[in-house]
Write a protein that binds this ligand. Structure first.
Ligand SMILES: Nc1nc2c(c(=O)[nH]1)N[C@H]1C(S)=C(S)[C@@H](COP(=O)(O)OP(=O)(O)OC[C@H]3O[C@@H](n4cnc5c(N)ncnc54)[C@H](O)[C@@H]3O)O[C@H]1N2
Ligand code: MOO
Ligand SMILES: [Mg+2]
Length: 421
């Protein structure tokens, strides 16, 4: 008698997974290796930026009070007493009607409170002394970049869990982070199961196919922020599979298998979970593709039994494994970001289960539009290549038409979302 499985909703399934989420760990990496990693701590300003008043222009620093009378009709003349490149500090106290030649980024000399740009001045020399003249007045603070105007000591600048981009890398360097506290990458073990599988380099044989799932999933694990440990292919043989899976479980945080989770004679994963004594959270989800997705927990580790069908496998990963990985990377928005878009094509199908349609979204005249990226069957691989989103067609609906507003999940986005279900 074939086992009957009771489907649960996507929302309930995601909930069950997230209730068991694992704690993330912190590690330090060199600044130059931190791009695309996730911050394990808030980044706080360790000092004011800039930490001294400085000139934002090449020009002359002076006392604004000495320029009150300056105008087109009343030119002013200042003696130039010193010259400062960026990195230098002044050594001579500035007196009335004296100026310091100053370069962009140099610290303001003591006593000076304004800067006039080089272009507005005329230089001259009398008896070996340098002078400038100009025809205007300056306000106190004019053309000064003030201490702390960029960041104040103690400000929280970037939150824990943020994906490190080039701007954040610059900020980390500004505050002296030669080493950066990042979330350790969750270690994700991976097996492709199926006696029919060939490697990518092998020629085709009758009845056999090349293993594509482990390659696609590896890329998805990287995109999510995890580290892949690929253990290779498993033939549909119980004892060898059980031994390999239980050994791999000792070395990883999450273990993903593809294939062998349905009800066929050689779908062995349910028996593997049983022999392990793993707690199966669910083995049927009211969604398509990916209805057979099975998730179990065993000794504080996750077992993701993803379908063998390529698109079911892809979707199962994004909905259930990705948020666990992102949660371990300290993200408070671990799920795929949800948006609404307008359908650009009819989708005339009944949806007994919630359908996650492989789609491509794009912008047109400021509007988000979405169109199927190919044929929508679980075993179809080609529509995945063009997909940058999954369009949610809720269970119990049918026939969506061009112009209908639908919800979409973004696959390439880094922001994520708190709870899209
Ligand atoms: N009687 C029933 N049969 C099936 C049901 C069902 O409810 N009752 N569900 C169907 C659905 S839906 C799916 S999805 C599949 C899931 O099957 P499994 O997860 O057990 O996966 P396999 O049987 O091992 O393989 C399915 C399919 O995918 C191909 N495959 C497997 N691994 C790979 C790989 N690494 N790369 C590329 N392609 C792979 C495999 O050759 C099969 O064609 O079950 C339905 N059946
Ligand atoms: O629901 Mo099966 O998992 O795709 O087609
Ligand atoms: Mg099967």
């Amino acid at each position: 008698m074939v086992e009957r499985r009771t489907p649960i909703s996507i929302s309930a399934a995601v909930n069950k997974v997230m209730e068991n989420k694992l704690a993330g760990q912190m590690e330090w990496v060199p600044l130059e290796e931190s791009q695309h990693r996730f911050l394990a701590q808030d980044i706080t300003a360790t000092h004011d930026v800039p930490h001294f008043n400085r000139s934002p222009y090449d020009g002359y620093a002076l006392r604004s009070i000495d320029t009150v009378e300056g105008s087109v009709h009343s030119p002013l003349t200042f003696e130039v007493v010193e010259a400062l490149a960026a990195g230098m500090v002044s050594t001579i106290p500035v007196q009335q009607n004296q100026a310091v030649r100053i370069m962009t980024g140099a610290q303001m000399p003591a006593g000076c409170d304004a800067v006039i740009m080089l272009e507005l001045t005329k230089e001259s020399e009398v008896d070996g002394k340098k002078y400038i003249s100009f025809k205007r007045s300056l306000k106190e603070g004019e053309n000064v970049s003030f201490q702390g105007e960029d960041a104040r000591h103690g400000d929280i600048l970037v939150k824990k869990g943020t994906n490190i981009n080039p701007g954040i890398i610059g900020l980390l360097a500004t505050f002296g982070y030669a080493e950066v506290p990042v979330a350790a990458k969750p270690v994700v073990g991976l097996f492709a199961t199926g006696s029919e599988l060939l490697d990518a380099h092998e020629p085709l044989q009758p009845g056999k196919i090349r293993n594509s799932n482990s390659h696609a999933i590896s890329a998805q694990i990287h995109r999510a922020g995890g580290e892949v440990r690929y253990y290779g292919k498993l033939k549909d043989e119980f004892e060898a599979s059980y031994a390999a899976i239980s050994k791999a479980l000792e070395e990883v945080d999450l273990l993903i298998t593809t294939g062998g989770v349905s009800v066929g004679d050689f779908d062995l994963l349910p028996d593997v979970y049983q022999k392990l004594g793993a707690d199966v959270l669910f083995n049927k989800v009211a969604m398509r593709p990916g209805s057979v997705t099975t998730v179990a927990v065993y000794q504080n580790k996750f077992l993701f039994g993803l379908s063998g069908n390529p698109s079911a496998c892809y979707v199962g990963f994004e909905l259930f494994a990705r948020p666990i990985i992102r949660a371990m990377l300290f993200s408070e928005q671990p799920h795929l970001r949800k948006e609404t878009a307008r359908l650009a094509k009819d989708v005339l199908k009944p949806n007994p289960f919630t359908r996650l349609l492989r789609t491509r979204f794009y912008y047109e005249a400021g509007q988000l539009k979405v169109t199927p990226s190919g044929v929508d069957k679980s075993n179809i691989t080609t529509s995945l290549a063009g997909a940058n989103s999954l369009t949610i067609l809720p269970g119990g609906t049918r026939n969506f038409h061009t112009g209908d507003i639908v919800e979409i999940l973004l696959l390439e986005d880094q922001e994520g979302c708190g709870w899209p279900w």
